[in-house]
Design a protein around this ligand. Structure first.
Ligand code: NDP
Length: 307
């Protein structure tokens, strides 16, 4: 199977690239990936996407993008890309879980990012049984119950503040005695009477047989263990770029994000472009991902024209 343009990823970056590429007559083929729609499908109302003064559900927003792309001739496939063989300016090859092999002249990589976990076995075992990385998805399950949030960045403050709408108390556990979060978010969290901070503490273990019952913390300065009874544990430790597929094929930065050339969407290989959270350690917003998708489609179109 030979395609002009393949897009890997179906969040706002992938679908915006698809809208632009489809309107340019490139009939892009999109591989939606293991989580079609990406992280937007896990949020509730998105209030900062311009054009929606009353907010829009994340799921509806991304589904609208898909419909818009398909209207102009983009095709969406739910097969999973397992391996890539990339060349500098030549044919790019995709190997799919179904055994199909696809070749294309240009590729847009828009695979997003995934939440970072602590890596504790108990975190894995109790995932979806009280352990979550998305307060907007799961917060409502913890009405009048105590919860723990791990992390000290803006995400952790946002998750903790959101959880105060439901939980009886929100314990924020941070490994240092200073937050990474912006002053405004930190202030809001510190002023909320439902939020209790546990400074310089590491999460040692999440306890519970079938569901979360407590979290054990180690006070890093004293070595003492403190047990917090709770029913929910939220990891808010930032995100990791989903770039395993292109590791050692294109240039990545030390944190694993795709390196883009000269403020464009070009990667270290001609004909391979990247957009969205997989190439953006800084902004990671739906609107910035969409903008990056637009740039990638325009760059890919010009590359194909030049060919
Ligand atoms: P960050 O990388 O900023 O923060 C991650 C937090 O998790 C840090 O406090 C870090 O600790 C902690 N952490 C990471 N790994 C571990 C670990 N293994 N064990 C314990 N703690 C750990 O990620 P965010 O998602 O919070 O933010 C990413 C970007 O998105 C930022 O630019 C942020 O400003 C932005 N953002 C903005 C929002 C807003 O303005 N409303 C909301 C959400 C995000 P340490 O500090 O010690 O490194």
């Amino acid at each position: 199977m030979r395609e002009k343009l393949v897009i890997i990823g179906s969040g706002p970056a992938g679908y915006t690239a698809a809208v632009y590429a489809a309107r340019a007559g490139l009939q892009p083929l999109i591989y939606a990936g293991e989580n079609p729609g990406g992280l937007l499908t896990q949020t509730t109302t998105v209030e900062n996407f311009p054009g929606f003064p009353d907010g829009v559900e994340g799921f509806d927003l991304v589904m609208g993008m898909q419909t818009q792309a398909e209207k102009f001739g983009a095709r969406v496939d739910f097969d999973v890309v397992e391996r890539l063989e990339l060349t500098d300016g030549g044919v790019q090859k995709l190997f799919l879980a179904s055994g199909t092999e696809v070749e294309c002249d240009a590729l847009i990589f828009a695979t997003g990012a995934s939440p970072r976990w602590l890596g504790l076995p108990s975190e894995d075992r109790l995932r979806n049984h009280g352990v979550s990385a998305c307060a907007t998805c799961d917060g409502a399950f913890f009405k009048d119950l105590p919860v723990v949030v791990a992390g000290g960045g803006d995400s952790a403050m946002e998750e903790a503040l959101f959880l105060t709408r439901f939980a009886s108390e929100v314990h924020v556990v941070h490994r240092r005695d200073e937050l990474r979060a912006s002053p405004i978010m930190a202030e809001r969290a510190k002023n909320n009477p439902k939020i209790v901070f546990h400074w310089s503490c590491a999460v040692k273990e999440i306890l519970g047989d079938k569901a979360v019952e407590a979290v054990d913390l180690e006070e890093l300065k004293t070595g003492k263990t403190v047990r917090i009874p709770c029913r929910g544990f939220f990891a808010a430790l930032g995100h990791l770029p989903n770039t395993a597929l292109v590791k050692s094929l294109i240039e990545l930065d030390p944190k694993g994000y795709v390196v883009l050339k000269n403020g464009t969407s070009a990667t270290s290989l001609a004909g391979v472009f990247a957009a969205g959270d997989c190439a953006d350690p800084r902004y990671r917003q739906a609107i910035t991902a969409a903008g990056m998708g637009c740039r990638a489609a325009i760059d890919a179109e010009r590359f194909l024209e030049g060919k």
